[in-house]
Design a protein around this ligand. Structure first.
Ligand code: SDX
Length: 433
């Protein structure tokens, strides 16, 4: 991908030497200092813990403006996509850089139907996880294991990438639902080709021989919206993990398995589970908001308000706004009254008026309300982050594809500043005190 060089440069003065660094500009006017040759020219590296100030790549997939609360996939506003598309349409958009026409969508859906089953041998894997095993650990293991059933994958990672990626998009849904059924001791429900992507998932999760599950269009629509809102988010922790692991040349499934593991963290995708745990704790503690807000503000207390704050958004996360509205709507449709929703509304109201949070631009993020919807649908708390992974999968794959398609891609290998011991003489074991 070629970026636009501006006529501006950055001048770096070190010990009297001046280094001129090009300033590049992205499509939306986002600018960066290109330090690709800094070490070679100056002998210096840069240091940026957490990469708060560092771009790892150029990308054409997702654009977000953290100050204005803008999020676009391939140039389309997230609000438009969430209101007008199915998740499968958006997955196609991310993977192929354009919304599908009718025939493209039909053939994409056909591939998803074709790949919905997992090898029967893989089903035995579930028998060997303890019943309390984390669904995220199971998901990561099962996705990584898929490569063993498709040995051709270990050659050129980009070979047949459309088949490879659609296969995973379809199977991850089956793996997630099967792991739930196994954890409940219920018989597996196999995918059905007469159901949509989300309808199939819901049916595989909740259908029972004794009580057939009714796939409600409102629930399907809400799940589509949630998965769309989670589908990509430029170079977040798990996507950067997929790119870094992928840059070593491993197959797609191994790189995605690493991304699932990164997403598991409570500071990242695991926050949707942590939000509900936090709300339940506050609810059980007589809704003592003051106690938990002061804990969150106390630098010596590791407690943070899950679902608030974001590395990039310094205003309300646009996804959070849409999810909050969808949450209200689906709970009304399902006639579910969840005390945690009222609690969440109250907590948000208090936080958004509190100077500590206001001056740090800490707003609700994508994870603050999503778990309340999952609860209303019947998804267990320990599967909330699995739902995030299902949504994020097309984004991870599209970023992995883009990385492999970029001739400038090299294996990711950051540097460091060494603060360890200076050279010291070796002491043989027998002489050590
Ligand atoms: C996701 O990157 C992405 O795009 C991620 C994501 C995606 O779609 O992929 O959007 C998904 O991961 C959303 C974030 C989910 N995580 C949480 O909700 C966990 C709670 N949030 C925080 O831990 C935190 O806000 C992070 C991790 C999200 C962001 O951390 P940063 O950017 O490293 O910011 P920071 O920790 O340096 O915080 C700056 C200040 C600090 O206070 P001071 O040092 O200035 O005194 O804000 C405070 C922090 O203590 N702060 C919080 C807080 N978040 C930040 N204080 C209380 N509660 C919080 N939630």
């Amino acid at each position: 991908m070629s970026y636009k060089l501006t006529d501006q440069t950055a001048q770096l003065s070190i010990n009297g030497s001046i280094y001129t660094l090009p300033i590049i500009e992205g499509t939306m006017g986002d600018r960066a200092i290109d330090i690709s040759n800094l070490l070679q020219e100056s002998g210096y590296i840069t240091l940026d813990s957490g990469y708060k100030n560092t771009g790892s790549c150029t990308s054409t997939i997702t654009y977000l403006d953290g100050n204005k609360g803008i999020l676009r996939y391939r140039g389309y506003e997230i609000e438009e996509l969430a209101d007008n598309c199915s998740f499968v349409e958006v997955a196609y958009l991310l993977l192929h850089d354009g919304l599908p026409n009718v025939s493209e969508l039909e053939s994409f859906k056909g591939l998803i139907e074709r790949f919905a089953l997992i090898h029967e041998d893989m089903i035995h894997f579930f028998d060997h996880f303890p019943s309390h095993a984390s669904p995220m650990s199971i998901l990561s293991v099962m996705v990584n294991s898929l490569v063993n059933y498709y040995p051709e994958l270990s050659d050129d990672p980009m070979d047949d990438i459309d088949i490879t990626s659609t296969r995973l998009l379809s199977k991850i849904r089956t793996i997630a639902a099967f792991s739930y059924k196994k954890s409940m001791g219920h018989p597996l429900v196999y995918p059905r080709n007469d159901l949509s992507y989300c309808g199939n998932f819901l049916n595989m999760m909740f259908d029972k021989p004794v009580k057939p599950y009714v796939v409600r269009p409102e629930v399907v629509a809400t799940l589509n919206k949630l998965l769309i809102l989670h589908a990509d988010h430029e170079q977040n922790c798990s996507t950067s993990t997929v790119r870094l692991v992928g840059s070593a040349g491993v197959n797609l499934y191994a790189a995605i398995s690493a991304g699932i593991t990164a997403l598991w963290g409570p500071l990242h995708g695991g926050a949707n589970e942590a939000v509900v745990d936090m709300l339940e704790t506050i609810y059980a503690d007589d809704c003592n908001f003051e106690k938990y807000i002061s804990k969150a503000k106390d630098r010596n207390d590791p407690f943070r308000l899950s679902g608030f704050g974001h590395r990039v958004y310094k205003t309300y996360d646009p996804r959070g706004k849409i999810i909050k509205k969808a949450c209200d709507e689906i709970l009304n449709v399902l006639e579910v009254s969840d005390p945690l929703l009222d609690l969440a509304y109250q907590l948000e109201e208090i936080v958004l008026k509190d100077e500590y949070f206001v001056e740090r631009n800490l707003y609700p993020n994508v994870d603050f309300y999503s778990g309340i919807i999952y609860r209303a649908i019947g998804i267990p708390t320990n599967m909330f982050t699995v739902m995030f992974a299902l949504g994020r999968l097309p984004g991870w794959i599209s970023q992995w594809k883009e990385m492999h398609g970029d001739p400038a891609t090299r294996i990711g290998r950051p540097r460091q500043v060494y603060l360890g011991e200076k050279p010291r003489d070796f002491i043989p074991l027998e002489e050590r005190e």
